[in-house]
Design a protein around this ligand. Sequence first.
Ligand code: PPS
Length: 197
Amino acid sequence: MSNIVWHQHSIDQAARGAQKGQNPVLLWFTGLSGSGKSTLAGALERALFEHGFHTYLLDGDNVRHGLCKDLGFSLEDRDENLRRVGEVAKLMVDSGLVVLSAFISPTREERDRVRALFPQGQFVEVHVSTPLSVCESRDPKGLYAKARKGEIANFTGISSPYEVPESAELTIDTSKGDLGTQVNGLLAYLKAIEVLN
Ligand code: PPS
């Protein structure tokens, strides 16, 4: 990157967060398709929003309609998808937001690359660990059935790998317990790390 010099803004992240009365953070939900990432992240965002927090939820399906619509599901394309999303999330955190994201993000390397963009404590990995058998039985979009018939290539958990996180801050299996309890657990964690007062 020759001839490009970083421009230091006069308003920093701490000032932007303070104006909103919050400590910016990225909550990174990872898990299989159908594991409940979007449902959980959406419910947590709703709870935070109702508490007056300034939030934004980045979701795989939505981002792939715009920013990443040129990308498919090869491991290379997923890498690029998550590189872009990580950079966007970093900008959003820098703007003082509480950011939530719901991407399969199947490899440890990809997730750790995003983690490395943030200081310690500002990236919270939430492994939505719902077993493949449950995800497949839910099959909300009918994609597992198509993948089993060979109609979708590189389908995570069927014909493309998912590496279970080894150092997630939180693990939630949505086949056990109810959504309200899971959201309360997440809120309690955010209080413990002083994102919430
Ligand atoms: S990734 O791996 O993080 O880049 O994937 P992501 O951007 O989160 O996109 C996942 C959603 O895309 C749909 N879909 C597939 N998922 C997995 N594998 C293949 N081949 C595939 N093709 C389409 C699927 O609906 C995923 O949504 P969720 O919400 O995870 O079920």
